[in-house]
Every structure is written in C-alpha cells, then in structure tokens.
Design a protein around this ligand. Sequence first.
Ligand SMILES: *Cc1c(COP(=O)(O)O)cnc(C)c1O
Length: 389
Amino acid sequence: MTKNNFDTSAIIDVLKKCLPAGKASIGLHEPCFAGNEWKYVKECLDTGWVSSVGKYVDQFEEKLAEYTGAKRAIAVVNGTAALHISLMLTGVEADDEVLVPDLTFIATVNAITYCGAIPHFVDVEERTMGLDPNKLADYLLEIAELRGTDCFNRHTGRRIKAVLPMHTFGHPVDLDALIEVCQKFHLELIEDAAESLGSSYKGRHTGNWGKLSTLSFNGNKTITTGGGGAILTNDEELGKMAKYITTTAKVPHKWNFYHSQIGYNYRLPNINAALGCAQLEQLPDFLIRKRALAKKYIDAFSSVAGIRVFEEPAFAQSNYWLNVLMLEDNCRKYRDDVLAATNNNGIMTRPVWILMHKLPMFSNCPKMDVHVAEDLEARIINIPSSVFL
Ligand SMILES: *Cc1c(COP(=O)(O)O)cnc(C)c1O
C-alpha cells in the first residue's frame, strides 16, 4: 500500500483486516446483549410490570445519575422527547430562536420546532465536528443585541434564547469556550448528549454543563433500551419538573386524577428500563472495546493515502460511538466510491447527515456562514463500530 494514490480497494482491504472474518454483512452499530437483559426483561413479563410503573424505571434513573454524575436523570420514551422537554423547561417559547449546529441528526432540530421556536444554524469546527464556540462568538458580536437580560437577533427581531450543541459521534464540543459565549450573550445551554454517553470533557461526563441535557437509548446508540432517552440536570427543581411533566403532570394521590397543567406521556416503560439497567452494567466494558476498535482503525488506516480516522479532541475522552473515516481535502470526490464499494462488500458505511439548512422545512431558517459544516459533509464516512467487533 502506498501513501500516494487514493485506492478504494486498499480501504476495503484495511477494513476487512480490522473486522471479523466470515460474516456476510457487518452493520454500522448493532446492539450487544451479553449480560442480564434476559433476566431483567423476563422478570417484567413474569410479574406483569411491563408498563408505566415498576422498579426498573427508578433503578435506571438512579444508575444513570450515578454514572454521569448528574444530580437527576429522568428516563423518557426517546431522545427527541428528552430534547423537547429540556427546551421547554429552559424557557424556550414560540418565536424564540435556538442556536444549533447545522451538522446534526434531525432530532436536535425537530425538537426546537416542537416548541414553536426557530432553529438558527451555526457552523462546526473540524477539531470536534461539533459547534464552533469562537465562530459563534464572532457571529453574535455582529448580529446580537442585549436588551435587559435577553439577547435579540438584530436582523429578525426575535429573541435568541438558547444554544443547543451536539457531541458529534461521541466527541465533546469545547464546552468551556461555549459556556463563556453563553454567559456573555445571556443564552441558556442545553447539551444534546444523545451520542456521547460515556464521553467526558476535561474529566467530567458530558451532559453536566447544560441547564438540562439529553441522552438517547435508540437501538443504534452505545447502550439501548429498544427506544428510550433521558434528561439530565444538576438543578433539583428542574429535575422534579421534568419528571412531573413527562408523566402527565399528575399530582400524586392514592386515587384522584388531578393534573395541574398540560403534561406529556413521555415516561419510559418499565420493560425498556429493565433492558437499560442490564445494558448500563456493561457500559464500562463496552467503552473499553470501543476504544480498542478505534485504536485498531487509527493504526490500520495510518498507512492509507487520502484518508484518516478521526481522533478525540485533546480535552476529551470520547466514547467513539461511531468511528469516522475523514477524507482528505483533495480526495472528497471519492466519497461515494468508498460508500458504494464498502456497502457492496457487506461492510455497512454511511455518509454524515445532510446539513439541516438543506432540508425543505428548514431552508428558510436563519444561519451563519457554514462552510466548515459543508466541508465535513463531503468528507465524513462512518464505518462499523459495534462493541463486539
Ligand atoms: C439519536 C439521536 C437523538 C435522539 O434520537 P431518538 O431516536 O429520539 O432517541 C437526538 N440527537 C442526536 C444527535 C441523535 O444522534
């Protein structure tokens, strides 16, 4: 193999060398059930506690809080619902703008619209693939105006209420720098940590910097509950509110159905929480295996021309949820060749999400110059990253 010419077959060879032999096809991120999943789920079935009440929900929430270091964790039906409620409890209202990376999964942006608010797209930096705090600071100096304690967009006249960064493929954004921007411009911070369970920034778990933060336990995430999510917070009052409005805002009483406000049926069922408890027990082991796979990829691709494996930023310990092959500038034209060749060889690979501002429902939303996001969109390829590989 030479470091000179781009060679799609060399990429297939290296991937095959890194991946288990004899499998007809290898998925991008498949769940791994190697612990107490059967025992805990069976107990739900045996006892009949499968739904909205049961001990596993409380247990899962306690274990999540313990693991992440957050004061409270509230288990909900999925990560999108967690985002919706977190935005609401942060005070995001109709016609507010929320700053969000242009490079993210649709859920981050959809949740903003569920509040009647308007996504305002921000560029990312190559070092993290996540929101660029320095570029955001410069941009806000240009377009923002502080009135009292609120921040307004001088061009649209709307209030800018919050920033919603996302830790792309498990790599934390530069949170200290971002918090500085939030303080300067009176913006609330909410972290979409859906992809970063097990990732820490400067030694502390992601999801501890925002007023509220969110996790996802969808089937392709680092751990899964089938479908599920959680809200994290270090604010006791907000934690209580989050629990309350995700469980129909029912005032506790032995028999009365009294609801004090409009609530949501977003609670995670006990049977899903049981799966989550079993998965959490294995998370430390999953993370070791994911780092080992990332290391294997990094070493193996170091000799391949035109491409490198994305490595965690210096301030972070990442979970390496999905590994990234990053095409060099002059090799971006080969992206679709690599995607076709790998998928045709039973090795599942995917491009990154199409940028949010290019989708029809968001094409008129405000945005800054997003050329780094545009650039990364053309150069990122996700490769198989399951824990058992
Ligand atoms: C997975 C994910 C979510 C949440 O997805 P759900 O399927 O609703 O759990 C949110 N944001 C990002 C960036 C994600 O990757």
